[in-house]
Structures are given as structure tokens and as C-alpha cells.
Design a protein around this ligand. Structure first.
Ligand SMILES: [Zn+2]
Length: 61
């Protein structure tokens, strides 16, 4: 199976996406940080969350 990006690149991109969506409001990481954001949510933010959750699960075994 070909993996186009390394794990560290994936994590870097995901963290960068999370940073873009950081807000100083009471509930951080809300939609509104990028061009794909809508009032209902953001596919980019969902992707980054999923990646980071998966990686954490892998690291914790
Ligand atoms: Zn967004």
C-alpha cells in the first residue's frame, strides 16, 4: 500500500489546520478559520481532528 505522505507530515498538516481554527472564544477550534469553513462546520477541521485522534490512538497502542 502506497502512503503518499509520512506520518509526521500528516500530523504537521493536521496541527497546522487546528492552529488555523484556534479562536480565543470559550470553545476553541470552531469553524471560521479557513476558506472551507461554513456555519455548519468545516471539512478541513473535521479531517484534522480525525487525523490527530487516529494518531493518538496509534501512539497509545
Ligand atoms: Zn475551516
Amino acid at each position: 500500500m502506497d502512503e503518499p505522505v509520512t506520518l509526521s507530515e500528516l500530523v504537521w498538516a493536521a496541527n497546522r489546520t487546528m492552529d488555523m481554527h484556534w479562536t480565543r472564544s470559550e470553545s476553541p477550534w470552531q469553524p471560521g478559520g479557513c476558506r472551507q469553513c461554513t456555519e455548519d462546520g468545516c471539512p478541513q477541521l473535521d479531517w484534522a481532528r480525525r487525523v490527530l485522534t487516529d494518531v493518538r490512538a496509534q501512539l497509545l497502542g
